[in-house]
Design a binder for this molecule. Structure first.
Ligand SMILES: [Zn+2]
Length: 258
């Protein structure tokens, strides 16, 4: 009787530990050490959101859940063809994957414009998850490319987004292209650049890009969203540095009452 009681007690003590271990070592049928071949039966690479590879290491992000309305993301890390870890909503990692796939190489982590890279990734890090999922959706992604304002490249230049046969399909719904002046990289602080990037992303989230006749009202809506996202100071600095001057015919003055 006593022995049975001890066993029962042990079971009570140990069960939560076993349950916890089982819960952390499996994710929708994926387990640590699983081969890439089996993993891809559950999470086919063709359905990935974003992807990054470095030698024998791969990071692959999927919508979570994979089917139906996406409520988040899951990133799996594979080393030498085996699953080693996964993380839910690891935004810095997803941003690195996204920028490697959909931004001009100049804006990649190895590119020549570190300030621009930092500004784009900081904005992507801070916007609400719903907006992030929308602008980084590979069916209709935002592409970031550079516009040169010096040298012969200011007349014409090429920025290439490279894809391979292995990549998941992209652009089925189109794409939005945000062109950023290379002069931004010379800015003393990232804040005004972030204000501009947040404003452009707000236009994409609000679907303004599809509207042919642009109005000042659309500008105000975009600015209101930028402030709602928490970029109040960045917005102010961007307006001071790049906003229209008083009396400018193209000026869209802010409604101060809002
Ligand atoms: Zn605008």
């Amino acid at each position: 009787m006593r022995a049975a009681a001890v066993c029962y007690l042990l079971l009570i003590i140990l069960t939560p530990t076993f349950c916890f271990a089982a819960a952390v070592e499996r994710f929708h049928g994926v387990s640590i050490g699983m081969s890439q071949r089996l993993f891809e039966r559950i999470y086919p690479k063709k359905q990935a959101r974003t992807y990054r590879g470095d030698g024998t290491d791969e990071w692959i992000t999927f919508n979570e859940p994979l089917k139906g309305a996406s409520a988040g993301m899951v990133t799996f890390h594979l080393h030498q063809g085996k699953v080693t870890a996964w993380r839910v909503n690891d935004r810095p990692e997803v941003i690195e994957e996204y920028m490697g796939e959909f931004c001009s190489p100049s804006f990649s982590s190895q590119g020549g414009m570190p300030r621009m890279y930092a500004a784009i990734s900081d904005v992507l890090l801070r916007i609400p998850l719903e907006a992030f999922l929308k602008v980084t959706d590979r069916r209709h992604p935002v592409l970031f490319t550079e516009v040169y304002d010096a040298g012969t490249a200011r007349f014409a230049n090429t920025a290439e987004i490279i894809s391979s046969e292995d990549d998941a399909p992209a652009f089925q719904g189109g794409m939005a292209i945000i062109k950023l002046s290379t002069a931004f990289n010379e800015a003393a602080t990232p804040a005004p650049i972030e204000g501009v990037i947040a404003h452009e992303l707000a236009h994409r989230v609000l679907e303004h890009v599809r509207i042919v006749h642009k109005t000042c009202d659309l500008e105000r809506q975009a600015n209101a969203l930028v402030k709602q996202w928490g970029f109040v100071d960045e917005y102010k600095q961007a307006s001071l540095m790049f906003g229209h001057r008083e009396g400018d015919a193209a000026s869209c003055k802010e409604d101060k009452s809002k």
